[in-house]
Design a binder for this molecule. Sequence first.
Ligand code: SAM
Length: 344
Amino acid sequence: DSEPKKEDLQRITGLMDGFKASKALFTASKLCVFDLLQSRPGLDASQVAHEIKASVKGTECLLEACASLGLLKSKERTSQKPVYENTDLAVRFLRSDAPFSLHGYIQHCNNTVWPLFSHLESAVREGTNQYERAFGKKSKDVFQDTYYNSQDVKLRFMSAMHSIAKVTGKSVATAFDLSGYKTACDLGGCTGAMAYEFTKAHPGLSVIVFDLPAVVEMSEHFHPPHTDNRVSFVAGDFFKDELPKADLYILARILHDWPDEKVHILLSKIADACTPGCGLLISEIFLDEDRGGPSRGLLQALSMSEGKQRSATEYSLLLKSNGFITAHVRHTDNFLDAMLCNKV
Ligand code: SAM
């Protein structure tokens, strides 16, 4: 056997240590290290430890690890302890008040995704999600049974969705020429973050955000009231209730949560609400046609939600059998891709 190559070892170590890096990021984010160093750059480890009420030894290790991951910069001072500040990446994505802050999503990863993935072996053996093992509760409908059962968990989930939607919303909203549409309905539109990106990008468009009552009642928590009177909220269940009328329907990160049978129920309800020419915009991670990637889609599938990750062709077929013809598919450089379909 030839000696191991450096690149191979680096690749394999990256995978073996990936979970440590994730947890270091989650912990620094939870302890508000990035917020602290934003307002007070240049603190040393013991000053940070004091502010975040943690041990000096633990804080030193955490700050050094974060610096090695490119999240913090350390400045050496002769015969003194190094001091720390945020890197551009942390300024842009990790402090909690940044326009593109991923703080909410990182907390969701820490509190929900991490415990689920610690039961991955059982998930794979059983082919089911591990909410019961991880959180002690049976979950038939993850939204209504798990996320919206407690106000804290609900707000955390909503802020996770909000943060991703803010980062990806503009790419999705500007993926197609939507100037022919006047009214849109964002089904499962959560906090409205995506809807606001659509109205910003399309001055002639109004958007109704449709989501479960538990979500709609908290939407003002995420926006100052009356930010944009072209965005409104309607509460309901998209599997059971009548859908608002619109000439463009948006489904962003909805279909991957559901198996084909449920997707058909939802798409046929949308088809019934549509007149010919109505648009339907789907935004998801589109798997490569040979399902060889991208990894972030395939890794997400390991959470074994009821749903599944699909390719653009798989989505197109589900849509076609409900009377929608796929007009355009766009792979964006952002978290989500997009597809625009029309009702025949
Ligand atoms: N579209 C948002 C985005 O891209 O940021 C949120 C996506 S989140 C994964 C799924 C959303 O669907 C949640 O806001 C959830 O409350 C909503 N939802 C789940 N089941 C629903 C139902 N039966 N009726 C209406 N909304 C539902």
